[in-house]
Design a protein around this ligand. Sequence first.
Ligand code: FES
Length: 66
Amino acid sequence: MYVCVCQAVSDQDIRRAVARGARTFEDVQTCTGCTTSCGCCETEARELVDATLESERRAPALPVAA
Ligand code: FES
């Protein structure tokens, strides 16, 4: 499912960015380009980043292959 239609960033792309080391919303923005056009996806993207980071704190993800 696309979170950011403008940049074609999916929920999986955001989760993958966090799994690969993004630790803030701004990190995810830099990695994916999410929210960098119209910005209407920002609330949903921030919520997903926060939820993914919280989930990782509770159960760290296995390393992601390059
Ligand atoms: S939908 Fe994400 S920047 Fe437009």
